[in-house]
Design a protein. Structure first.
Length: 97
């Protein structure tokens, strides 16, 4: 398995240059680090459709309880119950009605 230490591709969601033109970095992530770990911000990123599709279907392992906002994911903030975007099944399914 290739680790982040073995490659020189870097993704920083707060880097203005990357945000302004993310596509070259996205392409490199798909090719060189499809399962990417960012040590600085302590997050994992999936860049290939098949991997994302599998992760989305596996809500027990890849929970959506804190959404996709790094500050919320890493905080101790208790998400209020009933907010659909922060719910996993079966609550999310019930809220969708």
């Amino acid at each position: 398995m290739t680790t982040t230490h073995d490659i020189d591709v870097y993704y920083d969601p707060y880097d203005v240059d990357i945000v302004n033109n993310p596509y070259p970095v996205y392409a490199r992530l798909r090719e060189e680090a499809p399962i990417y770990y960012n040590e600085r911000y302590d997050f994992w990123a999936l860049s290939r459709h098949a991997d994302v599709d599998k992760a989305l279907a596996n809500w027990e392992t890849f929970s959506n309880r804190r959404g996709d906002i790094l500050e919320l994911i890493q905080s101790d903030f208790d998400m209020p119950p009933g907010v659909m975007m922060f719910q996993d099944p079966p609550m999310h399914t019930m809220l969708r009605g």
